[in-house]
Design a protein around this ligand. Structure first.
Ligand code: ZN
Ligand code: ZN
Length: 118
């Protein structure tokens, strides 16, 4: 059990380092990352944080309503859905699609590393 946790943590550390490097080198759009450079976690584990609301870029943000979108992560089905608590809209903009794609890729990557460790 301890070994599994350790290997999963190493997989995350490796992914973080690789993405930091790719972003610094100009190869990776910060908003395409599947790991979070602030929380040092897989994106789907911290995308609920207010830090992931981008009013300028429109990430996790409903501009017409002026409020943050709720994000629901299903770790079993590996799906991520967005929802505006005011107007009820789901993922619609390009920013939404980018966030959902990055979160789902992060779910898959973390599950893969956990499976490899098991
Ligand atoms: Zn984060
Ligand atoms: Zn709305």
């Amino acid at each position: 059990m301890t070994t599994t946790t350790l290997l999963t943590r190493i997989a995350l550390a490796d992914a973080l380092a690789a993405e930091d490097h790719a972003e610094d080198g100009g190869f990776l759009d910060p908003l395409d990352r599947i790991t979070c450079p602030v929380h040092r976690r897989w994106l789907h584990q911290c995308c609920h944080s207010d830090l992931h609301v981008g009013r300028v870029s429109g990430h996790r943000w409903c501009r017409p309503c002026g409020r943050a979108l709720e994000v629901a992560v299903d770790e079993v089905l590996r799906t991520v859905t967005l929802h505006c608590p005011k107007c009820g809209r789901g993922a619609r903009t390009r920013a939404d699609a980018q966030l959902v794609a990055a979160c789902e890729a992060s779910l898959v990557a973390s599950a893969r590393s956990a499976r490899r460790a098991a």
